[in-house]
Design a protein around this ligand. Sequence first.
Ligand code: HEC
Ligand code: HEC
Ligand code: HEC
Length: 192
Amino acid sequence: MKKLFIVLLAVFLASGFSMAQSGIKKTRPHPNEYGKVIIDNYSEREQLAPVVYDHWLHRARYTCRLCHVDIGFAMSANATGIKAADNIKGEYCGTCHNGKMTYRGEKIFSACSNKSNHEDAQGCNRCHSLGKNIKMKQDFAAFTGKFPKERFGNGIDWIKTEAEGLIKLGSFRKSCWRLIRRTTLWGFQAYR
Ligand code: HEC
Ligand code: HEC
Ligand code: HEC
């Protein structure tokens, strides 16, 4: 598995995020759009806006491996087939976005709910945000301002950024996390 992952990673690094889901190769996405994934297997069908997932925001906090091996997200847009029910059960996005887990002392907002009236529309919009003018809590330029730069990808030298201690990547093993989750509601900090 590890080997396969490294091969996938190499392929990914060589080709870059191609924005393959749109079928159109953009000349060069804006730095904040590099690694943006639009997830829409079911949302529009359910009259919800498609989900916008940003890699920069998450890869500044966690290792690739945590999401792509331990949590099990596919390395291809829309290939995982995430359902609202999975998120509610604490799988996929809901592993972290469960309204309980904390990141640096703040609760991570929760993912889907099965309330049919979508009463927490504002909360839903944070992920089901394509085409909506949602102000993100973190601004790319402000967030990455002090990070070492490079020419590729979204312009950030992530390896150097981590080496200089500007970010610390969390990587918990799911099985271990689950075991602990059953017994305590420790914050996420314990795993970083
Ligand atoms: C917090 C979780 C998370 C982290 C961390 C993460 N990813 Fe992803 N990644 C995702 C999700 C979610 C998708 C979309 C999967 C889907 O749509 O089924 C994705 C999709 C991808 C894709 C496919 C993109 C496309 O447009 O088809 C690649 C390639 C990828 N990730 C590589 C990486 C690499 C390399 C890293 C580490 C530098 C990384 N990811 C870190 C969650 C993550
Ligand atoms: C490994 C944990 C983890 C996973 C898995 C994860 N996230 Fe996150 N996500 C976070 C953390 C931590 C934040 C930052 C929360 C904050 O700043 O308050 C965040 C922030 C976000 C934000 C930013 C909202 C804003 O207003 O700034 C969006 C959107 C988001 N996640 C969507 C998703 C989606 C969609 C998925 C699944 C495809 C996902 N996340 C999976 C941990 C995770
Ligand atoms: C943390 C991110 C996140 C938040 C917040 C979120 N969702 Fe989702 N939701 C997803 C992802 C990812 C999918 C899969 C999208 C797709 O493939 O179309 C999804 C899919 C869905 C679907 C369609 C799939 C199905 O299984 O029926 C429904 C309905 C849904 N969400 C309802 C909601 C509602 C209602 C809210 C607000 C209470 C909400 N979601 C908030 C991430 C989120």
